[in-house]
Design a protein. Structure first.
Length: 447
């Protein structure tokens, strides 16, 4: 090799090394993605058109789904609000927590409950905050009313939303007549439809100039009851039952508001220049209720049938997750936690029960696993379930059932007598899992 050639190679190598050490290059390598988690409330698997809703369109959510990976076997940790949120916030099965947190806070009580998620518990917000993130919760909390259970005590730098299970979309009062909308730990007087207030606040959070990456949890209370669309005229002088009323038309208007709000949030992300450096996760806290489209699954919220725990799930991260991916990986609430922590380079404060879904979203093969559920209600027929591969084990009271979900998504054909070994295997797996959880307290009052 000639002397001039050797000099060229040495110079080129030195230049390349210098380029790698430039401050701007080091900053780019060290940059963490922003994290946007969008959680709807009581949104059934088929309540967005990308997942099957036939009677209306959700174009903004559909676009989010199309630009990333959809998961068709996604489940929640429970079939109701509070325990699923415990699972997400802690990254662990909600059954590892106190029995009161294994059902929605406030059920069966006339006064505001005095229990909630302890501030000593490691949470996703605390872990990401330690990893250098600004943290914010916009929307529904439902993990405790008292100040010691506030989101601000669980790692969130800011909170704007409701602490309870549901609130009037216009007066912002809960079903006990108590004002539910908070700015931090102080009640907030705002004028407007709740979904719009939450969407606008989330968009404003994203638009801020920052020196650190952000983690924003946007927890809509829609389409949870009371069923009120933006054009409804309920006010303080018009008493109405939170559990009554509504219609398919009202539900459609509620979902239109959610979709338009998510559209505003995603446009804010783009305008802020964060479109390609933000991981977005979209999902629901449990299966749908009265006006939801749960087909082909059976039943809905409050049960461990597929309609109660199967939910839409999509991950979007342009340049990292290929568009129009479809994943059959069995996924559950705690996976959302593990995925966000992994993307943010945050170490868990406790052993997690979830797995990082990014490899699957990017094309890796699905991993074999078993998922478990347990809920202490209804009183006369507690529910238990497990899912492994195509098999679903379901026990309601003392009645055990076994379903092959690949051919029977509606859980109509009980196969336990034809496959007793599979039934026994899943029963034993569930028993071993259950032995690791906090003992279930038998309910004595209806929810």
């Amino acid at each position: 090799m000639s002397l001039s050639r050797r000099k060229f190679l040495v110079t080129s190598t030195a230049a390349a090394a210098a380029a790698l050490l430039r401050p701007d290059r080091l900053l780019a390598q060290a940059a963490k993605p922003n994290l946007l988690f969008i959680l709807c409330d009581d949104l059934g698997y088929g309540d967005v058109s990308a997942f099957g809703r036939p009677d209306y369109k959700t174009p903004n959510i559909d676009r989010l789904v199309a630009e990333g990976a959809r998961f068709t076997n996604a489940y929640t940790a429970a079939s109701t609000c509070t325990p699923t949120r415990v699972g997400f916030v802690t990254g662990r099965y909600p059954q590892r927590q106190i029995p009161d947190l294994q059902r929605p806070i406030g059920w069966g009580t006339s006064e505001l409950p005095t229990y909630g998620l302890s501030s000593d518990v490691p949470t996703i917000a605390k872990m990401l905050k330690r990893a250098g993130y600004d943290t914010a919760l916009v929307g529904k909390w439902h993990l405790g009313f008292a100040p010691e259970f506030s989101p601000l005590r669980h790692g969130f730098d800011e909170f704007f939303g409701i602490k309870g299970g549901g609130a009037d979309y216009f007066t912002h009062k809960g079903r006990r007549g108590v004002h539910e909308l908070y700015e931090g730990d102080v009640t907030a007087d705002r004028v407007g439809y709740m979904t719009d207030l939450l969407s606008d606040r989330a968009a404003e959070c994203i638009a801020r100039k920052r020196t650190k990456p952000f983690y924003l949890s946007l927890h809509y209370n829609a389409p949870h009851w009371p069923w009120e669309g933006p054009a409804d005229t309920h006010g303080d002088s018009v008493p109405h039952d939170f559990f009554e009323g509504g219609s398919q038309k009202v539900f459609r208007e509620m979902m239109k508001s959610v979709d338009e709000g998510i559209g505003r949030v995603m446009r804010a992300l783009s305008r802020a220049g964060h479109d390609r450096d933000t991981l977005v996760i979209f999902t629901s806290d449990n299966g749908g209720e009265r006006y939801s489209y749960n087909w082909p699954w059976s039943n809905g919220k409050g049960t461990l049938s597929e309609g109660g725990i199967r939910v839409p799930l999509a991950l979007r991260w342009p340049g990292t997750i290929p568009a129009r991916r479809s994943c059959e990986q069995l996924a559950i609430t705690m996976d959302w936690t593990a995925t966000l922590l992994s993307a943010g380079g945050a170490s868990a404060g406790a052993e997690l029960d979830g797995m990082d879904l990014l490899p699957c979203a990017r094309g890796a093969a699905s991993a074999d696993r078993t998922l478990y559920w347990r809920q202490p209600y209804p009183i006369d027929a507690t529910h238990s379930a497990a899912r492994r591969g195509k098999w679903k084990y379901l026990r309601v009271g003392t009645n055990e059932q076994l379903f092959d979900l690949t051919v029977d998504p509606g859980e109509q054909a009980d196969l336990k007598t034809r496959h007793p070994a599979v039934l026994a295997e899943l029963r034993e797996a569930w028993n071993q899992w259950n032995a690791q959880m906090v003992p279930m307290r038998r309910e004595t009052t209806p929810p």
